[in-house]
Design a protein around this ligand. Structure first.
Ligand SMILES: NC(=O)c1ccc[n+]([C@@H]2O[C@H](COP(=O)([O-])OP(=O)(O)OC[C@H]3O[C@@H](n4cnc5c(N)ncnc54)[C@H](OP(=O)(O)O)[C@@H]3O)[C@@H](O)[C@H]2O)c1
Length: 264
């Protein structure tokens, strides 16, 4: 990966976070990264670190072995039309992170080349994303390469393309759902006597710990819940009260409602 060249089109939330992750991990040299944006001032920070920057997407495409499209979904077709003449189909890999844009949508403009759709989440900014990836026309070496790129930025899973919308809901929108849960717990913590800052620290570290318990032990959530719920104890009283108010049901309904938006 050390000698591969990466170009990122779009230095917004996601494009910047990916470039930042490349720099922080040290796996990709600044000189091997190119990032573009129409607002060149958004690129100053990267320029100062030795990254190639500018607003010329064609130059960036000509430079790249791996091309990452990180603009809003409605701009993907415009960008692809613009850069199509520069795409070297025989040697380049294209990765789009645009939600809802299919590989066939991309291929309709670019023609055949190894194409990946990746759905990260905003924790990519701290190299803790969950990124779901689908591919077309890629060989094993190219799949391994793209997986290792996103494993640098958190964890990555290769999934069938028809699961990408579902992955967007539980892997990307989920960040907001978890954060709302944290916020609600903090509000509860304030009501029972904590200042918000301390409540937020306690709750955030507890959520992190709960997730790490599952990730490191591969345990089932209910097994871990049973360990916390003493018979007649306070945890089960709180948990059952939340369930009476529709906790699990409302989360599942929210996931289904978000997914249904893709069908409209
Ligand atoms: N945010 C998430 O949680 C998330 C998760 C998974 C996937 N995604 C996907 O990631 C993509 C980017 O999202 P984002 O939140 O990073 O959007 P964003 O902050 O708007 O970033 C896109 C950037 O591209 C720039 N841009 C627009 N036209 C350009 C052009 N012709 N050449 C170069 N740069 C151009 C924009 O500049 P201007 O602002 O000046 O237009 C903006 O800085 C979207 O397709 C989204 O679906 C987002």
């Amino acid at each position: 990966m050390n000698n591969l060249k990466f170009s990122i089109i779009g230095a917004g939330n996601m494009g910047s976070a990916i470039a930042e992750g490349f720099l922080k991990t040290g796996a990709i040299k600044p000189a091997n990264i190119w990032i573009t944006d129409l607002r060149v001032e958004a690129l100053d920070h990267f320029k100062a670190k030795g990254v190639n920057t500018g607003s010329n997407n064609k130059e960036a495409v000509a430079f790249a072995d791996v091309l990452i499209i990180a603009v809003k979904p409605y701009l993907v077709k415009t960008i692809l039309d613009e850069i199509k003449p520069q795409i070297a189909h025989s040697r380049q890999i294209l990765i789009s992170i645009a939600a809802g844009i299919s590989i066939s949508d991309i291929e309709a403009t670019t023609g055949k080349l190894p194409i990946f759709r990746a759905i990260p989440n905003t924790a990519i900014a701290i190299q803790e994303s969950m990124t779901c990836i689908a591919d077309a026309n890629a060989n094993q070496e190219q799949k391994d390469l793209v997986m290792s790129v996103f494993n640098l930025l958190g964890k990555a899973a290769l999934i069938p393309e028809d699961m990408m919308n579902a992955a967007t809901v539980i892997g990307s929108c989920e960040t907001a759902y978890i954060l709302r849960f944290i916020r609600a717990t903090v509000e509860g913590g304030v009501e029972i006597g904590f200042k918000p800052d301390l409540a937020q620290l306690i709750v955030s570290q507890t959520v992190l710990g709960a997730a790490k318990l599952l990730l490191t032990t591969n345990s089932h959530p209910e097994v871990e819940i049973d360990k916390v719920c003493t018979p007649k104890g306070i945890t089960i009283v709180g948990l059952n009260e939340m369930e009476h108010a529709g906790f699990s049901s409302s989360v599942m309904k929210g996931i289904e409602a978000a997914y249904s938006v893709f069908k409209k």
